[in-house]
Design a protein around this ligand. Structure first.
Ligand code: SF4
Ligand code: SF4
Length: 335
């Protein structure tokens, strides 16, 4: 595994890190096994978040006795000083450590970013925690280009995390600026939230870009770690076949697709929004009609139940026309 420097933090990390979102699907014992495997394989970068329910605490338990083998990164949605200070302490407790290497402001929109940097904002707590030695570095995770651009101008920002993959290349120019400014670029959603089925192809694409410091595919299975490592360790040039396959993925997915981040939840009437789109994808794109219909049929609340209140759309960082998309989903599944 190649090791790189995470921008101005100076942290030495593996080019592939561990994305901690899917840990929510497994238990503490399963997480322990994964953490041991990371050590064996030389992966030392772990990304989690206060918002990923049990992720921080499972990881904390899983790395007990091995803390020094990892660079730990987490994040919080808190925007005020008081709330952020509280969250940093909770993260430290969950992760069973007295020091977190990188603490990130989690996905603020422009208005929230201004609160974060304003008087009494979360940044004050982060700077105090840094001075107190509770955290080592401060970063930010973003979904919008506008906030990305703004973050590039802020001198406290040591790392930026943004989605970048075969079908989401809108950040390419700004990602290049990160490398010019020595800001570590952390790539989230290399598989477009699971929409890109071919994980190897997806990781080959991301790692072919030298501006990407580290890629953090979400993983919850030992075999996934092995497969993903193999793709990241293959540093050969992309072949004509691979480039062609990437073009095919772009044509299949377009731009209006769900990344399964679930920021749109909860739905007013209990629809599992990303679940609907997932099964629809299997129906439309992957020719798994019976399987998709079966799984969709088992959902308690179907797309057709949408009352079009629009609450979900205000929360979707990709501004997806969820109501319209659910209508189409209901038509295709007939419910
Ligand atoms: S618009 Fe539909 S899917 Fe969105 S929150 Fe309202 S009911 Fe749920
Ligand atoms: S609809 Fe938007 S917010 Fe909801 S899971 Fe999909 S991409 Fe995320």
């Amino acid at each position: 595994m190649e090791y790189v420097t995470l921008g101005k933090t100076g942290l030495k990390i593996s080019r592939m890190g561990f994305g901690g979102i899917p840990i929510q699907r497994i238990d503490a014992d399963g997480t322990k096994k994964l953490m041991k495997m990371l050590v064996e394989k030389g992966l030392n970068y772990i990304d989690t978040a206060r918002g990923y329910t049990v992720s921080e605490s499972f990881i904390g338990e899983g790395i007990e006795g091995m803390r020094d083998r990892f660079v730990l990164a987490t994040k919080s949605m808190s925007r005020t000083k008081e709330a952020m200070a509280k969250d940093i302490d909770i993260s430290l407790e969950n992760l069973r450590t007295d020091y977190i290497d990188l603490y990130q402001v989690h996905n603020p929109n422009m208005e929230q970013l201004l609160t974060v940097i304003g008087e009494g904002g979360a940044l004050e707590a982060l700077k105090e925690a840094k001075e107190a030695g509770k955290i080592g570095h401060i970063g930010i995770t973003v979904h919008s280009l506008e906030v990305f651009e703004k973050a590039l101008e802020m001198d406290w920002v040591e790392t930026i995390m943004f989605p970048y993959n075969i079908v989401e290349r809108q950040g390419e120019e700004l990602i290049h600026k990160c490398s010019e400014k020595n800001i570590g670029f952390i790539d989230m959603k290399p598989l477009a939230g699971g929409a890109i089925e071919d994980g190897r192809l997806a990781l080959r694409f991301v790692c072919a870009n030298p501006d990407v410091t580290v890629v953090i595919p979400g993983m919850y299975d030992v075999s996934e770690i092995e497969k993903n490592m193999e793709a990241v360790e293959d540093v050969s040039e992309l072949t004509a076949e691979e480039l062609e396959a990437m073009e095919k993925v772009r044509k299949q997915l377009g731009t209006n697709f769900c990344r399964r981040c679930n920021y749109c939840q909860p739905c007013t009437v209990g629809i599992n929004i990303s679940g609907c789109f997932l099964f629809q994808g299997y129906l439309d794109r992957y020719g798994l009609e019976d399987w998709a219909k079966d799984r969709y049929g088992a959902m308690a609340v179907k797309a057709g139940a949408c009352v079009e209140c629009g609450a979900c759309e205000t929360r979707c960082p990709y501004n997806l026309p969820i109501r319209q998309m659910l209508k189409k989903c209901a038509e295709e599944f007939g419910a």
